[in-house]
Design a binder for this molecule. Structure first.
Ligand code: SAM
Length: 264
């Protein structure tokens, strides 16, 4: 019997077989891969994964789905199921000596951003992520300067990874169908961040501060971070006009500015 989807856990199951296959093909899976699947649900993608890779570590919060999955995949030696909230799962600690993971997930919408942040906090044990996300969030993660969707999360993601939308997914591919469409996204973790910064904490603090008041010019939005004469000086030496706004700046621009600020 099909268990009733729990809305509170973001259970919109991917039922479109063509999309399931497209996802599996896009993951460029190898026999030597170790895959972390977040929210395996009823195990539809998991079935494909188990045939293709060395090991699938599946983290599912819903105990009733875990019971089904345990039963369904009892014959597979390469299946490891963890009944836990992914946000409380220490990926780094768990995989220890294993090689770097590929993450594959159709993420529950209600906590997609915290899960992505959690994954990036464990990025040293991850090589690639393949994620199904709400279309709007996928655009925010992949867009650059000049766009209204460009924000601190775009900078954070693109600092550590190459982010690319692979294909759109219609809401009707899911059961029950959510109100919004989705996208399938690839995030390839970089061996070193895209731009050089002397103090990452300061770099992200400055980005957040600039985007918190995104309609204001930098000379105003960054006013709480630095005294005005100093800010003016840093903007000038980073070759940035004080009337620019956060959304005008590329990662390299933010890096130049943060590195100047860090010199004072
Ligand atoms: N992978 C399945 C599919 O594609 O049909 C299910 C995807 S469904 C959008 C999201 C899944 O994540 C559900 O199985 C849900 O129970 C699970 N989930 C929700 N919150 C979670 C959490 N904090 N940690 C782990 N799994 C979670």
């Amino acid at each position: 019997m099909r268990p009733k989807p729990k809305k509170s856990l973001g259970q919109n199951f991917l039922v479109d077989k063509n999309i399931q296959e497209k996802i599996i093909q896009s993951g460029n899976l190898k026999k030597s891969d170790v895959v972390l699947e977040i929210g395996p649900g009823r195990g539809e993608l998991t079935s494909f994964l188990l045939e293709k890779v060395k090991k699938v570590i599946a983290v599912e919060i819903d105990s009733s789905l875990c019971a089904i999955l345990r039963d369904k995949f009892s014959g597979y030696q390469n299946f490891e199921l963890i009944n836990q909230d992914i946000l409380k799962f220490d990926i780094r600690d768990f995989i220890k000596n294993d090689k770097k993971l590929k993450v594959i997930a159709n993420l529950p919408y209600y906590i997609s951003t915290p899960i992505i942040t959690h994954l990036f906090e464990h990025r040293e044990v991850i090589k690639e992520m393949y994620l199904t996300l709400q279309k709007e969030l996928a655009s925010r993660l992949t867009t650059g300067p000049g766009s209204k969707e460009y924000g601190s999360i775009s900078c954070f993601i693109q600092f550590y990874s190459d982010a690319q939308i692979l294909f759109p997914i219609k809401n009707t591919s899911f059961w029950p169908a959510p109100k919004v469409d989705s996208c399938f996204l690839k995030l390839k973790i970089l061996s070193k961040p895209k731009v050089r910064v002397s103090d990452e904490q300061l770099f992200f603090k400055l980005i957040r501060c600039a985007f918190n008041q995104r309609r204001k010019s930098l000379k105003n939005s960054l006013g709480s971070l630095l005294p005005e004469p100093l800010l003016k000086d840093c903007l000038k030496s980073a070759k940035l006009k004080p009337n620019l706004r956060a959304e005008d700046l590329s990662l390299a621009d933010f890096a130049r500015l943060a590195n100047r600020v860090n010199q004072y």
